[in-house]
Write a protein that binds this ligand. Structure first.
Ligand code: EPU
Length: 429
C-alpha cells in the first residue's frame, strides 16, 4: 500500500492550478444516463472516484471515451469525457460497486426516470457517519415511484413514468437534491423541490441539465421549479472548479506561512471559508483568475466555526481547518453539524503534537508552538488531507498510510505541492 512521506517546514510559494470539482463531476457523469445522446464534459479531474464511476456507468451501458489532449494542453488541464447512454442495458447497480462509492447511489433517479425501474444497492454507512437515504426515497415517492427494500437493494418502479409533484426535503441534502432533480426533469408535469441544497455542485448539475434541454428555475436557491420534458439531448459542459481543493491548498499555504496563487479558483464558491481565513490573519486576495493566499510573517489567530450547508462553512473543509488551527495562538472552536462521526483526524493529528479536546460535536483546538513529524494513518478523504497540511508544517518527517483515500479526491496532490516547494513524495508498497 502506498504511503506519503513529507519533510515539513518548507514555505509554499508559487501557483497551484485548481482542478474540476470531484463532487460536481460525479453527478454530471451520472446525468449522462438521462439521454441517449452524447454528454461532453470538460475539466473532469483524474481521480479514483471518477474511474470507479466510469466502470459503474459502463455496466449500465454508458459508452465513455476520453478525448485526447489538444494542442497546447497539459495533464493539468483536466480531461474531456464523452458519455453516451444510447441504450441502458442494465438497471441494477450492484452492492460491490455502490458500497465502494456512495455517490453511485445517485444512478437511482436517472435509471428510474429513463427506464421506469431501477434496482440499486443501499450504500450503507461509511467512516464519517451513518448516512441514511430516506430523503432520496421520499423524494422519488413524491414523484409517483413505488419503492421497496429487498435484500439490501432499493427497488424503485414507475412503469408509466414519473409524475411531477411537491418534494419537500426535511433536511438539506446534496445527494437527495441531485436525485430529486434528475427524476423531475423527465417527469410528466411540474415539480417543486423545497429546501433544496444550494451547494454550487447542485447548481452545476442543474445548469448542465438545462443545457441538455431541461426546464429548471430557481437554480442556486433552495426552491427549484422544474417543468418536465419528454427527453433530453446532447450538451457540452465544463465542470466547475473544486472549492474544497481550493480551500485545502489555501490552508496548506497558510500553515506554512507561504504565498500561493490558486489559479482558476472561484472565491464565490467558498466565501465563508475565505472570510474565516481572513479572521485568522491570513491574507486572501480575490482576482478574476484565481485567489492569492499569503501569510508572510504574521501569526495565526484562533477562530470559532460551525459547519453548515452552503453558503456556510463546508464540512468537507472541517478537518483541514482543524489542522491549520493546531498552530494558531489560542483556542479555536470547531463544531461539526453535518456528520456525526467526522473527527477521526483528531487522534492522528494528536500524534503530530496537536492539542485537541473533543466535546460532543465540537473540537476545541489549542494552538501549539510547533508540530512534530510522526507516522499517521488516513481514515477518510478529507481527514487524510488534513494530515498532509499538518505534515507540511511539522518539524521532521511525517509518513501517512492508507493514501488511497487521498487518491479518491485530490488530483496529483504531491505534484501540485512539490511544485510550490514542499518536500513530499509517494512511497510505493
Ligand atoms: N441525510 C439524511 N438522509 C438522507 C440523506 C442525507 O439524513 O436521505 C443526512 C446525512 O446523514 C447528513 C446530511 O443529511 O447528515 C447531509 O448529507 P448529504 O446528503 O448532503 O451528503 P451527500 O450528498 O451524501 C455530499 C458530498 C459529501 C459532503 C456532503 C455535505 C458528494 C459525492 N459528496 O454527500 O462530500 O460532505 O454532500 O456537503 O458530493 C467528500 O467529498 O469528502 C464528501 C464526503
Amino acid at each position: 500500500m502506498d504511503r506519503i512521506r513529507i519533510v515539513g517546514g518548507q514555505r509554499l510559494h508559487g501557483t497551484i492550478r485548481i482542478s474540476g470539482a470531484k463532487n460536481a463531476a460525479l453527478p454530471l457523469m451520472i446525468a449522462s444516463l438521462l439521454t441517449k445522446d452524447t454528454l461532453t464534459l470538460h475539466g473532469v479531474p483524474r481521480l479514483a472516484d471518477v474511474t470507479l464511476l466510469s466502470r459503474i456507468l459502463g455496466n449500465h451501458g454508458v459508452d465513455i471515451t476520453i478525448a485526447g489532449k489538444r494542442a497546447g494542453q497539459s495533464t493539468s488541464d483536466g480531461q474531456t469525457f464523452k458519455l453516451t447512454a444510447a441504450e441502458i442495458v442494465d438497471t441494477t447497480a450492484p452492492y460491490e460497486m455502490v458500497a465502494r462509492m456512495r455517490a453511485s447511489f445517485w444512478v437511482l433517479a436517472p435509471l428510474l426516470a429513463r427506464c421506469g425501474e431501477a434496482r440499486v444497492s443501499l450504500p450503507g454507512g461509511c467512516a464519517i457517519g451513518t448516512r441514511p437515504v430516506d430523503l432520496h426515497l421520499t423524494a422519488l415517492e413524491a414523484l409517483g415511484a413505488s419503492i421497496e427494500l429487498d435484500g439490501g437493494y432499493v427497488i424503485a418502479k414507475a412503469p408509466k413514468g414519473l409524475i411531477g409533484g411537491r418534494v419537500h426535503l426535511a433536511k438539506v441534502s446534496v445527494g437527495a437534491t441531485h436525485n430529486a432533480l434528475m427524476a423531475a426533469v423527465l417527469a410528466l408535469g411540474d415539480t417543486v423541490i423545497e429546501n433544496a441544497a444550494r451547494e454550487p455542485e447542485v447548481a452545476d448539475l442543474a445548469a448542465c441539465l438545462v443545457e441538455m434541454g431541461a426546464k429548471i428555475e430557481g437554480i442556486g436557491t433552495s426552491t427549484l421549479h422544474i417543468e418536465g420534458v419528454p427527453s433530453l439531448h446532447a450538451a457540452e459542459h465544463a465542470v466547475l472548479p473544486d472549492r474544497i481543493e481550493t480551500g485545502t491548498y489555501a490552508m496548506a499555504a497558510a500553515i506554512t506561512g507561504g504565498d500561493v496563487f490558486l489559479e482558476g479558483a472561484r472565491a464565490d464558491l467558498l466565501q465563508e471559508a475565505l472570510d474565516i481565513l481572513r479572521t485568522s490573519g491570513v491574507e486572501v486576495e480575490e482576482t478574476n483568475f484565481g485567489i492569492r493566499v499569503a501569510r508572510n510573517g504574521h501569526g495565526l489567530g484562533p477562530v470559532s466555526v460551525e459547519t453548515q450547508p452552503f453558503p456556510g462553512f463546508p464540512t468537507d473543509l472541517q478537518a483541514q481547518l482543524i489542522a491549520l488551527m493546531c498552530t494558531a495562538s489560542g483556542v479555536s472552536e470547531v463544531r461539526e453539524t453535518i456528520f456525526e462521526n467526522r473527527f477521526m483526524h483528531v487522534q492522528e493529528l494528536a500524534r503530530l503534537g496537536a492539542r485537541i479536546d473533543l466535546k460532543g460535536d465540537t473540537a476545541l483546538v489549542t494552538g501549539v508552538n510547533g508540530l512534530r513529524g510522526a507516522q499517521v494513518m488516513a481514515t477518510d478523504l478529507r481527514a487524510s488531507v488534513s494530515l498532509i497540511i499538518a505534515g507540511l508544517a511539522a518539524q521532521g518527517e511525517t509518513t501517512i498510510g492508507r493514501v488511497y483515500h487521498l487518491d479518491r479526491g485530490f488530483e496529483r496532490i504531491e505534484e501540485k505541492l512539490r511544485h510550490c516547494g514542499a518536500h513530499i513524495e509517494r512511497l510505493s508498497g
